[in-house]
Structures are given as structure tokens and as C-alpha cells.
Design a protein around this ligand. Sequence first.
Ligand SMILES: C[S@@+](CC[C@H](N)C(=O)[O-])C[C@H]1O[C@@H](n2cnc3c(N)ncnc32)[C@H](O)[C@@H]1O
Length: 449
Amino acid sequence: MATGNSKAKWKQSVEAEAATQLQKTQVTLQYEGKATEQTVLATPPAECALLWPEDNPGLNRLYYGDNLAILAALQYDPAIRGKVKLIYIDPPFATNSVFQSRSQTDAYQDLLIGANYIEFIRRRLILLRELLADDGSIYIHLDENMAFHIKVVMDEVFGTRNFRNWITRRKCSHKNYTKKRYGNISDYILFYTKSDTYVWNRSVETWTVERARKEYTCVEAGTGRRYKKVPVHAPGVRNGETGQLWRGMAPPPGKHWQYPPKTLDAMDARGEIYWSPTGNPRRKIYLDASAGVPVQDIWYDFRDDRNQNVLITGYPTEKNPEMLERIIQASSNPGDIVLDCFSGSGTTLAVAESMGRRWIGIDNSPEAITTTLRRFFQGTERMGDYVNRPKEIGTNTGAQTTMLALLDADATEASPPTARYQPFSIYADARETAQMRTLIQPWILSDAE
Ligand SMILES: C[S@@+](CC[C@H](N)C(=O)[O-])C[C@H]1O[C@@H](n2cnc3c(N)ncnc32)[C@H](O)[C@@H]1O
């Protein structure tokens, strides 16, 4: 591991070779049609019409329309600008394809490629940055096509120092590939924050007996507590207390004690130091003191097509809700606003809702909006039961399909609806209101009929 001392030595030699100015120059992506940030921030905002409920907007919002103009409008909303704690987006991946739902309905197109795609994403990222709280986080889900380009753009927009992780997700089971290359089973999530101070609830996985035994190999005589041994020293030379002799022993060359000698004495008195037969001290780390296995940046457990029992909406490329649960748990707290402006079937929104977060979803696909309403009011279906045709609106249990009408007719602040979900408001870019009204009409009418 590098130490302050040796890094300084190497830095001198680097500076001798490189022009300091160049070292400090931001690496940027250049392409034709790249707008200035100023131009992007001046994007004409959509006029957003509240379609439902007409007089009592809820905390959560579902928007229909192009997210560029809607994000531009949200910049001027004091309840939202600088208040969004978490953004997760799963935009098109520049696949040059059109995606259909399981019911064979066109869901969305993914036809922008190259610089057009990069600029499409960049403009939205600039506007999203304005909405993000100072202690907020943004996750963008991509595949190998454009992840590298968008990483550079994210560095430009959010700053390299705010890059946190490049997460690799196993997206599906292994394939019997016939192409002359390795099977492609991963996609990527880039995690950035707005600043150095951000919401972070460390994710841990529970220990399995097998994994715990493998890692915590020792059992303490007397207590039976399982533990592992780790060094009591750390890299780097220190001149203070941690660089002094402890029990007559100096820290190994180039190292310092992890704690001052007084603390080490106290730890030893509590039996937390293991002494090897040759007199080498090691620190004991107990399994029962571990909250779990800290989550790393490769995620194996969140495949989208897990098994036939998994509950789905049938929307193409819908993401694994448990993956969203991990992200929302780690980077937000109950009551925080979570935003997804490529919300598709509403996975982020439904998970945010179930975890007590407020949410904003935006999508410009009628099929996405219909699917989101269906997800909220009729639920999801087992993948194995999916019959190529979603349930008709109104054919499910009355209680669920009539919820929009119930909320619309009866809910007041004093007497909130007894619904499974908090009320949410439906908005549309004013240019799209006619179509959005058509999309929500069946849900509102189903109760009245
Ligand atoms: C990959 S899908 C998102 C799937 C989603 N994560 C889920 O779990 O269902 C991308 C979504 O972005 C939407 N989209 C693409 N361009 C958009 C735009 N300019 N404005 C709003 N939504 C857009 C598409 O309609 C599509 O639903």
C-alpha cells in the first residue's frame, strides 16, 4: 500500500516529466453538437399540467412527456430543485433497437447512437445535477456500449472527485454463446455523488455459515467466539504515539501501530490481542461484532430473469426490484425524494414507495405509463404465468383497480385513503395532456362504472 512518503518521492519525478498544467486539465469528450452548459440550463421548460387528482396534489409524482423539458421545468420548482436525495436512471443503452413489451406492444425505441446519444444523456445529467441535493447521489445504469463514454461525461458534469463506484452487475444467467467471444452477462452502474458529504447507509450481506467459517477460522478458548486475526499495524511511518515502542517492540519497518500503546494495552487486557508462539501480536476481529459482509462493487444476486416465479410487469428491460432496494437503502432515508426520469415500468417508483421514500417518475412512453399504473393498482404477475397479454383493466380485484377513483372521490387530507399506496399525482407535459388523459381514463372510470 502506498504511503505519504513514497508518493511524494514519486510525485517529484512525475512532475519532472509532465507539464503541471496538463496534469490539471480536465479530460473532456469532444464531439459535434455539444451544447454549452449554459445552453442546456436554459432548455425551454415544459408546461406541466396536473391531470389527477385535480385539486389535491400528492407527494409523489408521475410525469408523462420528454424528460428534458420536464427536468428543465423542475429546475424552477423550489420543492424539488436541490432537494432530490437519490437519482437512479436506466436510460436506453444505444442498442439501435425498438423494444416491445411481453404483450407485443411497442414500449420504447433506443435508436440514438454515437454523439447524438452522448449529448442526449449529457443534457439530462446537467439538469439532474441541478435537482440533486448537496448530499445526494446519482446512479446511472448502462451496458458496455456507452458506459466508458458516459463515465467521462459524468466526470465532466459531477466532477471526478465525486465518482464513487463502477458497479458490475450480473444481469442474467450464463448463456450458451455461439459467437466467437465470451458470454456477456454483465452490465454496469456508475455511482456519483454531488459532494464529499452524502447519505450513505453501508450495505451488508448476512454471513452464511460456510462463508463465516471460511473467513473467521479461529475459535476463542473459553468463550467459543469465532474470530479472525488481522495485523495491529498499518502502512506508513508516524512520528507520534503510534510510531513509538509498544511492549518494547517497534512497529515493523515502514509501518505504524494502528492504535496508541495505551489503547493496545487496554485491548490486550480485554483479550482482544492474539499473541503468536513467536510473540507476534495480532488483533482479533470477532464474527459476532460484524454487521455482515460489506457489499462490494460486483453484484451477483440481482439478475433480471431469475426464475419463473419472479414477479414482473412484462415491460421490456424492467430491472430487478431487489437491486433498486439496495441502492435506495444505501443512498437515501425514509421521507427522501427519489427520482427516476427513465422510469419505464416504475420499478424505482414502486420500490421507493415500499421503502417510505417520496418519488418522482418521468417517462415518455404510453406503454410505460400504463404499465406503471397497472403495477401500482393491479400488481405484477409471475413470469411463468405471463400469458403474453396483461390483465384487462378492471378485471382484477375491485379494490385494486378502482383505487384511482377511490382516491379521486373520497380522499381528503383529514381522511386519507385506505389504499395500499400513498396517493400520487399524475402530470403531463401540456403538449401531451390529451394522450395522457386517454391513458389514465380507464383507471378512473373503472370505479364509477
Ligand atoms: C430501459 S427503460 C427503463 C426501464 C426501467 N428501469 C424499469 O425497470 O422498468 C428506458 C425508459 O426510458 C424511457 N425514455 C427514453 N427516452 C425518454 C425521454 N426522452 N423522456 C422520457 N422517457 C424516456 C423509455 O420510454 C423507457 O421506458
